[in-house]
Design a binder for this molecule. Sequence first.
Ligand code: PGA
Length: 260
Amino acid sequence: MEIIVRENAEIASKQAGKYIANKIRHANDIVLGLATGGTPVKMYNELVRQHKEEGLSFAKVSSFNLDEYIGLTGDHDQSYRYFMNDNLFNHVDIDKSKTRVPNGMAEDIPTECAAYEEDMKNAGGVALQVLGLGTDGHIGFNEPGSSLASRTRIKTLTKQTCEDNARFFNSIAEVPIHCITMGIGTIMEAEEIVLLAFGEGKADVIKEMVEGAISAECPATILQMHPNVKIFIDDAAAAKLTHLEYHKYVYNNKPAWQQF
Ligand code: PGA
């Protein structure tokens, strides 16, 4: 795990955006795994800015989103399809037919999930997966107790996640309790992972993810087993890390060839 600690969410998001933009620039075709939530918004803003001001093209990008609420249509303003259109796809030159978000309105959820996995495989797999981090340790919507080998499937959201996400709805009663999410096994197959987490509310779970024992109790701990993970966090989210000074020292002393 490479831990990149920056002063605030703006600076960390911009840097993560630049890193992802460079990956897009240097690839012929690239399959991105994308995330929603409050955390990645500023990173998407940077990608849009680079498209508008620096000629970054998404013409050769295809994407698979991590998850979607069951029961919300793509034009519901809290669906993750809507989020992606609103925060990224509508503002760049991506071919929307190459952007995938699980269909939360599918009549047959297991078939939808199996097809999603198959489509990812046929696309050659995810090259770079963006992740946020739930306060309960979820990645995607893989809540505590999820199998570390899980594939795309239905999940029931924890009360904690419903409470965390209620801020986006009129009330907690409106937050769907079911979703489709890529599994932890699915996420772990990405060639590279970029996780973002900001604010003091994420400090405990960041410590657990980086320093805790690998356990389905905190699904994000499985990322310790992935060979290529970058964690972009701000000072507030990093505050409880035992080896914080070391992580900063590593970052500040990167050999030139390793800098980005
Ligand atoms: P947030 O959610 O970005 O809204 O904090 C993170 C997550 O649930 O993955």
